[in-house]
Each structure stands twice: as structure tokens, then as C-alpha cells.
Design a protein around this ligand. Structure first.
Ligand code: FES
Length: 91
């Protein structure tokens, strides 16, 4: 193993996990509706921030769950309306 080189200052993890119908999960709470415009907005503004989909982050009841690393900032009930505030957080 070796350290991997990368250009990223921050990493945004967006849970897009799916569960059975009727069971709380980020996918059914709008994760993809958040992920695509968030990724586009971040890419348009930053070259050193990466937005990626993840599996379950174990905060399913308050999804969509999003984590900003390395800040270890965990957010719940994130929606597309939060994108402007998220961009400021990532500056
Ligand atoms: S399904 Fe997203 S935190 Fe569990």
C-alpha cells in the first residue's frame, strides 16, 4: 500500500442507499435529486472538492445524510434547497 496523490481539499459523501419500500433511507428521501445538482454546483465552483455517493451512513431516519470530510461535519435532512449554504461551507 502507498499514499495516493489527489487534488482534493474536501470530500462530500452523499448517502444514496436504498432500502425496502416503506423503510427509511436516503434514496427514498430524495438523495439522487440532491446528488446530481450538488455535484454539478460543486464542480462548477471548485476544482478541489469531490462529491461522491456512499452507502448507508447509519442516520437513515434523518436523511438525506451528507458528510463533509475532513471536517467530520454530518448533516441531515439535506435537500437541493441547501446547495447554496453547502457551497459556502465548502469554501
Ligand atoms: S440510508 Fe442513508 S444514512 Fe442510512
Amino acid at each position: 500500500m502507498r499514499l495516493a496523490e489527489h487534488p482534493y481539499r474536501k470530500l462530500v459523501l452523499v448517502c444514496t442507499n436504498d432500502r425496502a419500500p416503506g423503510v427509511n433511507c436516503c434514496l427514498q428521501r430524495g438523495a439522487l435529486e440532491l446528488f446530481e445538482p450538488l455535484k454539478a454546483a460543486v464542480k462548477a465552483r471548485f476544482t478541489d472538492v469531490r462529491v461522491v455517493k456512499t452507502g448507508c451512513l447509519n442516520n437513515c431516519g434523518t436523511g438525506v445524510t451528507l458528510v463533509i470530510m475532513p471536517d467530520n461535519l454530518w448533516l441531515g435532512e439535506v435537500t437541493e434547497a441547501d446547495i447554496p449554504e453547502l457551497l459556502e461551507q465548502l469554501a
